[in-house]
Write a protein that binds this ligand. Structure first.
Ligand code: HGA
Length: 616
């Protein structure tokens, strides 16, 4: 979601701050701002509602320069997206703060600080931080001491950064629940909520851990951990993903990321397949021992990752014979759940910072013996340094690389690959999957990147079909079995980026309600692999045609479904039924993409949405 960039240097850093914000734009935001301490020691600020480009333009008209500064893209949680709510927030004329996250006790703090005479100029929760800091600064004198005292009173999640005109040589930062990384330069140092923002200035990074407070100067970095002890954090050199912030030949990041899928699926499989078996150690050294004890699986995730979990449920029950439950994290975390014995707790998240999934994991781990404990936790995640990964017992990292488009594409398919590897591993270790079937599926997985490439070759056909949707307001997506969650993901993608209302149904449910909606204005999209449910699906399609509904069917080229009046068939490469959900996802992604392009929406940054949902 929103982003932080900061820096302390010998040169003017305004351009670096703005470039950093541009690199974080993909996360979704509604306003942007920055503050610098100028050469006269005066704290200056510029804020704008809307895009970073507008902030940049304003900065060029009335340039601000400084060697110490902080910048922010805001995705409003408390208070409307307006200039006065945009960060940085000030206390007096000397202290400025930017903040990602939510301060849950902001009302109590606001009341208390008003009592001390502070005047609030915004509706944000963030503003309490800066006044509280000012109050502590008056007590302690030193900015780092003031920050250490202030964070003790903050409840909730934050990644924050502070500058003070009276101490113009240092940039302060604190992390609790929202990531921050320090970028190390030569005689200059930087800070950001995501290293992508700083790839322009350095490739050496130091990641703050939960509870850390950092004091960053031009030529030194000091970090205190949650217990207040001075600590060293490792420095990492970063090479991967340098190309990710560049669209290359593609018009949008989303299209680029759709086309990257054969490559990133290949990467996700690398080192994880033996001759005839999945290499169970891919999940961690204790995986084989733990997996042997698993009798149930509980999957918790949000949005697209939740759909990946729903596909996995079909796989886990059918191939590994393990009962599996899947639930959205925002519900699960607040529900009293009964834990079945020997349940593996699985979270799925692209960023590994999804607030609801992280909270669900923390609740799961905090359970006592009396309440019923989970056997172990496993994260399927795309970011190795994320909180979800650090806090889980086992991890399978997907290798999708940075995903910039807000609507998830390659993260989803690599999650599916990770979940299929998990299914095969559990089946193998528990002896519930025959070694012949495992070997067959391992072979199919090896061929998957090629199959995905074949599916993407249908790009132009799907683009043509998208014309049917340009003027429509509603769409139905149908699938059966493991293709039902694929239909759900197809509907979500269309909603997210084209703003067309789309709903997914298991095809057998059609006549129990949604058929009433079907008419010539309601296109029906169906995924139809060549499996044992095909004949039943064909009957469902007849039900639609009989009501004048227009059908768009993605069907196995051997399925025997033919084009006809009002029925458009897109022939898909033949694939093993188990892997079909991965393959059939691709044309649905392309379909939403081309519909969105036709409708002229902001494909990579759809309205109201944000990437990496780090707030509740
Ligand atoms: N709560 C703060 C920061 C918002 C945020 O972190 N969004 O992702 C605000 O509303 O300004």
């Amino acid at each position: 979601m929103c982003g932080i960039v900061g820096g302390v240097a010998e040169r003017n850093i305004t351009a670096i701050l703005i470039e950093g914000l541009k690199r974080l734009e993909y996360r979704g935001y509604d306003s942007a701002g920055f503050a610098v301490i100028d050469d006269d020691g005066v704290l200056q600020r510029l804020r704008r509602v809307g895009k970073v480009a507008e902030l940049d333009q304003a900065q060029q008209q009335e340039p601000l320069a400084g060697r110490l500064g902080i910048a922010h893209t805001r995705w409003a949680t408390h208070g409307a997206p307006s200039e006065r709510n945009a960060h940085p927030h000030f206390s007096g004329g000397e202290l400025a703060v930017v903040h990602n996250g939510i301060i849950e006790n902001h009302e109590a703090l606001r009341h208390q600080l008003k009592g001390l005479g502070y005047v609030f100029t915004s509706e944000t929760d963030t503003e309490v931080i800066v006044h509280l800091l000012d109050h502590k600064l008056k007590m302690f004198g030193d900015l780092a001491d003031a920050l250490k005292a202030a964070v003790k009173e903050l409840h909730g999640a934050y990644g924050l950064s502070v500058i003070n005109a009276a101490q113009p040589d240092r940039l302060l930062a604190a992390r609790s629940g929202s990531p921050l990384v320090i970028g190390l330069g030569l005689g200059e140092n930087f800070l950001a909520s995501d290293q992508l923002a700083l790839r322009q200035v350095t490739d050496r990074f130091m990641y703050l851990e939960e509870g850390d407070i950092a004091e960053i100067r031009r030529d030194s970095v000091q970090i205190w951990d949650a217990a207040g002890q001075l600590v060293e954090r490792e420095t990492a050199q970063y090479h991967e993903g340098a190309e990710a912030a560049d669209k290359g030949e593609y018009r949008h990041f989303m299209l680029k990321e759709i086309h990257e899928q054969p490559k990133v699926v290949q990467r996700t499989l690398e080192g994880r397949l033996g001759d005839r078996q999945v290499l169970v150690q891919a999940f961690g050294p204790q995986a084989a021992e733990l997996f042997a004890k698993v009798r149930n699986v509980q999957i918790v995730a949000c949005g697209t990752s939740y759909h990946a979990g729903m596909v996995a449920r079909y796989w886990l029950e059918e191939l590994a014979g393990i009962p599996c439950q899947v639930e959205v994290a925002s519900e699960f975390r607040y529900r009293k759940v009964v834990v079945q014995p020997d349940t593996l707790f699985v979270t799925i998240s692209q960023s590994g910072e999804t607030a609801d999934s992280l909270a669900a994991l923390r609740n799961a781990k905090a359970r006592t013996e009396g309440e019923g404990r989970y056997l172990a936790s496993l994260a399927i995640c795309n970011v190795g340094i994320s909180s979800l990964v650090r806090e889980s017992d086992l991890t399978l990292l997907t290798q999708a690389g940075p995903e910039i488009g807000v609507a998830s594409t390659k993260a989803f398919t690599t999650q599916l690959v990770g979940l299929l590897l998990l299914t095969l591993s559990l089946g193998q270790v528990r002896g519930t999957l025959s070694s012949a079937l495992e070997a067959e599926l391992v072979d199919e997985l090896r061929r998957l990147p090629t199959r995905l490439g074949e599916a993407l070759a249908m790009d132009a056909t799907v683009e043509k079909i998208s014309e049917h949707f340009a003027e429509k307001h509603h769409t139905l997506f149908l699938g059966r079995g493991a293709q039902y969650p694929v239909a759900m993901e197809g509907a979500l993608k269309l909603k997210e980026i084209s703003y067309i209302h789309a709903e997914a149904y298991p095809a057998g449910e059609l006549k129990h309600g949604p058929l009433a909606l079907v008419d010539a204005d309601m296109p029906v999209v169906t995924v139809a692999p060549n499996n044992e449910l095909l004949e039943k699906l064909k009957s469902n399609l007849q039900e639609v045609r009989a009501r004048g509904g227009e059908l768009i069917v993605f069907a196995d080229r051997e399925a025997g479904i033919e084009d006809g009046e009002g029925t458009f068939i897109v022939s898909m490469p033949h694939i093993h039924d188990v892997l079909a959900p991965i393959l059939y996802t691709l044309p649905l992604q392309l379909l939403s993409y081309y519909v969105a392009v036709l409708r002229g929406t902001d494909v990579d940054q759809p309205r109201n949405l944000a990437k990496s949902v780090t707030v509740e």
